[in-house]
Each structure stands twice: as C-alpha cells, then as structure tokens.
Design a protein around this ligand. Structure first.
Ligand code: ZN
Ligand code: ZN
Length: 339
C-alpha cells in the first residue's frame, strides 16, 4: 500500500509503496484510514527544523497522527468490534513505568506517539492499540473525526487558561490550533475573542467563516494599537514565535494568565520586573488529558458542521507532498489526506 514516510533526518518525506499493516495482536486493531490531517508538527518534521531529533531512532516511519477511519480487523482483546468508526489518540503509554503504575499515564516516562515514533495514518491501513481508539458519535463523520486531536489540543489550552464567562481572550496564531482555541474559548463563555496573526489571509478567511470578526493583523500595526488599549484577561499563544509571548504579556491585564501552546525554536527573553509587578501567570499546555477527548467529542457531536470550515483542502494520499507544501506556505489551513 501507498504510505507517506519520513525515512531519514533532513528535509522531505517519501511516498513509498510498502507492505500492508501487520495483523493486529490481541490488544490491537487495524484501521482503514479515511482521513488524516497534516499537522503543523508534521510540517516541522518535513522541513526538519530543530526539535524533531527524537524521531531519528524510529525511522523510517509512516507519519500522520490526526486521523480517523473504521476498524477492519479487531484483535481478540478489543472491546470495539470490526466496523466501528473511530478517531485515534496518538499517545501510547508504556503501562509499566513508575508514573503509569501510579495511574498517571499522561506523564508516562517512555511514551510513544503514533505517526511520530511508530507508524501512523498516512496510509490506507494502520495497526494501533485498541485502547487508543475512541468511537465517533453518529453525527461526526471521519473527516471531522480526524480533526479531534488538534481540537483537543486547543480545548486543553483553554482549560489551562481557565477561560471564564465574559472574559476577553486574545489568541495569538491563526492556524488550526489557534482556531480550535478560539472556538473553545467561545464555547467556554468568553465575552470577546481576538485573534492575532501576521498577513495570514487564508487563515483569517477560515476564522471569519467560523464566525470570528475580531481579527488583528500585526503586519498592519503593533498589537496594543490594534487592541485600542484594551487589556485582556487571558492570552493563549499558538505561534511558536518566542517574542509573541512578551507581546502577549504587554496587553495582558494585571493578574491575567498567558498560556504558551506553541513549540518554540529558541529561548524567551522575559522582562521580569514587569512580569512580577503585574503578577502575570505564565502557563504551558501540551497535548491533552484523556477526559478532554470526551468533552471535545461531545461538543463536536452537538454542532459538527460549525467546525467544517477549518478544513480547507482535501487531497488523495498520492498528492500528499503537495498538501505539505500548501501547509508550509500557509496557503492552506487544515489539509486532509485521503489514503
Ligand atoms: Zn497534531
Ligand atoms: Zn509509562
């Protein structure tokens, strides 16, 4: 079958005609992948920017960690029968380290990741642990199902920021994660949601289609000017550009919370005196907790089509490299590959 693989350190990915997925062992299932999203982190691994060296011992690897499909073969121990439509939680806990044994699997000391350190969803079939599959609600098709993972990342950032009723929220970064943050901030009751980006036309269009009109283009003016002096209650950063953290702190009210969600290639210079006098709370979010998946699927099931504008391109897997280029040049928002 056709797969999209990372084969070696350095720029690029390979379209590869390889063998089919292995038969599932008792604890596994084989998925027929129907939609698989290209994530920002996939683009970084494609470009081979700093921070992806952890993949090297696992190469070659079929990428793709945002996907959904249906079970075609269930191992003897799977509680989900063949035919079940599922989305995949990419983090695989080891089950035996000290943290896993304490019931704290989120902090597993030797986690693997489907699509990053073991084969993922840029293939027609993939065999994964049954415990990583979540059934999709009837109203959620597999294309929206493949959006669940980035939606969970955004939802977790909103939970980490403790966004509350009537809050003014600034989301920095208009990509898929920023869009998810904006949607869940609104769902959490935010009174006003601003989204900042830089000359990001196609993604601004997506945000407007999602019903957001407070879009700030920092290519046009500095952030405080665009906000007209408004100080916000919560800033959530999803840019991966370190100076955006200090820019965000500059418009945060006293005692407000700034959540860092981006993956940054370099360190931050933080003016500590202002930070302390303003009692600013700086928090980090990464991935999501298991219960967040259920919360996101509940909201997705209630209003599935309100999320659909996030998906701007649908391509067959054979055109996967074109999809990566569209994402890399920020000409696309979410690109879904259809193996
Ligand atoms: Zn992702
Ligand atoms: Zn573990």
């Amino acid at each position: 079958m056709l797969t999209l693989r990372k084969t070696k350190p350095g720029f690029g990915l390979d379209l590869f005609e390889g063998t089919d997925a292995p038969d599932p062992s008792a604890a596994d299932v084989t998925i027929r992948v129907e939609s698989a999203g290209i994530c920002g982190s996939d683009v970084h691994a494609y470009e081979w920017t700093d921070g992806y060296g952890f993949m090297v011992p696992h190469l070659p690897i079929v990428m793709g960690h945002e996907f959904a499909g249906h079970i075609v073969k269930a191992g003897a121990g799977s509680v989900l029968p063949e035919g079940t439509r599922v989305t995949i939680m990419p983090g695989v806990d080891c089950g035996v380290c000290a943290n896993c044994r304490r019931g704290n699997a989120r902090n597993c000391l030797s986690r693997s990741a489907i699509g990053l350190t073991r084969n993922g969803g840029f293939a027609r079939y993939v065999t994964v642990p049954a415990a990583n599959c979540l059934p999709l609600p009837a109203s959620v098709d597999t294309e929206l199902g493949a959006l669940t993972e980035p939606l969970c990342v955004g939802a977790e950032a909103v939970l980490t920021g403790e966004v509350g009723l009537g809050d003014t929220v600034l989301v920095m970064g208009p990509g898929t994660i920023g869009q998810a943050i904006a949607l869940f901030a609104r769902a959490a009751g935010a009174g006003r949601v601003f989204i900042a980006g830089k000359a990001d036309g196609p993604r601004f269009d997506v945000l407007r289609a999602l019903g957001f009109n407070d879009i700030l283009d920092v290519a046009e003016a500095p952030l405080p000017e665009l906000l007209d002096g408004i100080k916000v209650d919560v800033v959530i950063e999803a840019t991966g550009y370190p100076p955006s953290v200090t820019d965000g702190l500059g418009v945060l009210r006293k005692g407000g919370v700034l959540v860092v969600a981006g993956i940054h290639p370099g360190p931050l210079t933080l003016p500590l005196t202002d930070f302390v006098r303003n009692r600013h709370q700086l928090r980090a979010t990464h991935g999501c907790e298991r219960p967040t998946w259920d919360k996101v699927l509940t909201i997705l099931a209630r209003e599935p089509d309100s999320f659909r504008p996030m998906i701007t391109h649908r391509l067959p897997l054979a055109d996967g490299l074109r999809g990566f280029e569209l994402a890399r040049q920020r000409a696309a928002s979410k690109v879904m590959l259809r193996p």
